[in-house]
Design a protein around this ligand. Structure first.
Ligand code: PHE
Length: 345
């Protein structure tokens, strides 16, 4: 008896969970539960095994069970009918629901704009691997063995150097792509290298373990520091407008000599002084310089004949000045409320 009751409950649950979207499915339901060989008939047939004194009580349970199946059948049928009616009443001239389209990531928007400005000056885009060997990231770039940037604290190593193998690491700058270009191309070379780079930094509003760069390299005969200045000045005017002011400060990079960092007038406060420019009115946006003769020699380029300039800047920094985003973490949190604000540049 117990078993039969359990069976009934199980079938009732199954019935309740049934969905039918087509007339065929409703018919299947009818055959399975209410047909001549259906489950309801089958359970009804058990009545003969029920002891006489329980027949009355059981008869009621079985009747209720049968009603559950019949009611469900009606429900399914009328639901189908309804949907037919709904289709008939549907006004096809109503405008459709808007489809939410995605937006480009702000860093991609800014990167694309940066790339398109340099393309207009004749720069081609070069890309390279994010996992690099020590030579392309450091050695070729004239970073001595004991340079602090090679430190475990700054660089993510994938594989440490061993007797037979070079160290492998996540590139710390896209200068590694410049190395790969110089390795395979002869001057004149005019490329920009956009891409993601990695540094072992504690994540905060102002630092992240990865960010994006656009680096540039121009090598030819008679390339001068004046060319470097004019190229970068053109870039910032295109990016931020004609009013932008620039200044160069002497700096040091192992792969350029002389080296300079470039500041622009703060785009947030127009030079009046704010948090972003630390109340100086100026914001540093890039490192640059004339390619070090040793770097040229590393790639068999004659430094007596050729000179070149190189520069590197962070996409996040340019985006910060453009969009006033003050927390770097927002770029990688995938919060739609943030991302949806950037429809275009
Ligand atoms: N590679 C430098 C960096 O990542 C930027 C740079 C590129 C500086 C080229 C000078 C010349 O910080």
């Amino acid at each position: 008896m117990e078993q039969l009751l359990q069976q009934i409950e199980a079938i009732k649950a199954e019935i309740a969970a049934t969905v039918a979207n087509t007339p065929e499915q409703v018919e299947q339901f009818r055959i399975k539960y209410l047909g001549t060989k259906g489950l309801v008939k089958e359970i009804m047939g058990e009545m003969k095994n029920v002891p006489n004194e329980q027949k009355k009580e059981f008869g009621q349970i079985l009747n209720a069970f049968k009603m559950v199946a019949e009611e469900k059948m009606q429900q399914l049928q009328s639901a189908l009918g309804d949907s037919d009616e709904q289709t008939a009443k549907f006004d096809f001239t109503l405008p459709g629901d808007p489809v939410a389209v995605g937006t480009r990531h702000p860093l991609n928007l800014v990167r694309n704009q940066m790339v398109s400005i340099f393309k207009r000056l004749g720069f081609a885009v070069a890309e390279g691997p994010e996992v690099e060997d020590d030579w392309h990231n450091f050695g070729a770039m004239n970073l001595p063995e004991d340079h602090p940037a090679r430190d475990m604290q700054d660089t993510f190593y994938v594989q440490e150097a061993s007797e037979n193998n070079a160290a492998w690491l996540l590139r710390t700058h896209t200068s590694s792509v410049q190395a790969r270009v110089m390795e395979t191309q002869k001057p004149p070379i005019r490329v920009i290298c956009p891409g993601r780079v990695y540094r072992n930094e504690t994540i905060s509003a102002r630092a992240h373990c990865f960010f994006h760069q656009v680096e540039g390299l121009y090598i030819d005969e008679n390339v001068s520091f004046a060319d470097l200045k004019q190229t970068l000045y053109f870039f910032v005017q295109e990016m931020f407008g004609k009013e932008v002011k620039v200044r160069f400060r002497p700096s040091y990079f192992p792969f350029t000599e002389p080296s300079a960092e470039m500041d622009i007038s703060c785009q947030i406060c127009s030079g009046k002084g704010c948090n972003i420019c630390k109340h100086t009115g100026w914001v540093e946006i890039l490192g640059s310089g004339m390619v070090h003769p040793k770097v040229l020699e590393n790639f068999g380029i004659d430094p007596e004949k050729y000179t070149g300039f190189a520069f590197g800047m962070g996409v996040e920094r340019i985006a910060q000045l453009k969009y006033q985003v003050n927390d770097l973490r927002l770029y990688s949190q995938n919060d739609l409320r943030f991302l949806e604000q950037f429809k275009s540049v």
